[in-house]
Design a protein around this ligand. Sequence first.
Ligand code: WQD
Length: 361
Amino acid sequence: MAILVTGGAGYIGSHTCLELLNKGYEIIVIDNFSNSKPESLKRVSKLSNKNFKTYQIDLLDKKRLDEVFSTNQFEAVIHFAGLKAVGESVNSPLRYYENNVTGTILLCEAMRKYGVQNLVFSSSATVYGSTNEVPISEETQLNAMNPYGRTKQMCEEILKDLYLSDQTWSISILRYFNPVGAHISGIMGEDPIGIPNNLMPYISQVAVGKLKHLTVFGNNYHTIDGTGVRDYIHVVDLAKGHLKALEKVLATKEIGVYNLGTGQGYSVFEMVEAFEKASGERIPYIIKDRRPGDVAICYANPSKARNHLGWKATRGIDQMCQDSWRWQQNNPNGYNEQAEKQNRREQPVFNHASDFFMPKT
Ligand code: WQD
């Protein structure tokens, strides 16, 4: 039986698909490609030398979602699909609630209908909001401060209530800290649409000359050098954390919430310095006011994931920057259109009955 990966073409989803295939799992991907490109799945196929079904559908399309479940056998679902830009969520809250919360409910309804009750859910450290308690443990009071974070907090509550109503479900909720980096091959990585909101992709685009300079949002926080401190975690460590959570949900009938972070915080200036070392490029910056909604310090207590999932991040800041830089240098325009047009030409014709395609290696 297969593992269904929703949002499998995304940054964390695609890296997790690769780890799943390399571990011997059969996968099926659904993605609406609203914030990702089929090219990422072609790279997954290339690196794993394996093919898999992909359905281009939206979780809100109940009929097509039902078709996916009625024509395939799943033993578990890893649910990444969702919108994740904090600023965008403030401007478009209804879109975020419909996409992230309603989408999760429809997915769970389809799972229940077809007797699939093993779920790994992609949550975020954003649910903690601004807390003075660092390192942050899973017991820290939740206090999401923006619509995106609130969609994740609501989904967590929904999943907890679902489990309490029927303890034959098995659910792992993973709260990511700051995912960065790329697969060591340099052919998979983060491909933000437009100007990056997040620090690492912004820095790497400055290093490759796509952007002029970095804007540092505030240097008057009570931190080591006045700039914001975050728990950056390598995307491959994060992907491997999902496999550990999948093993957990397949082996037990319980619900668990886990921080996926390194437990080590780095400031903006420390990240700039590490990236300059990894790339050999200077990262010019200007300092502006704090960004609304930012907290000073946020890093994880990752001991629960270590003790209950047998998972620990192993890749340090230097590898995060080296792997990011390799991806950025090899793919200055990410999964660019040219590669995608090339991929479409090679692509087998959609099978209208099941409307899926197999990315060719
Ligand atoms: C990191 C630090 C900024 C950009 C966000 C989302 C969170 C999660 C991860 C989804 C902060 C500073 C940033 C820049 C800067 N995503 N910075 N200049 O805000 O910790 O978390 O991404 O789940 O939901 O909120 O990450 O990378 O945006 O910021 O100075 O151009 O870098 O102030 O201190 P953040 P980030």
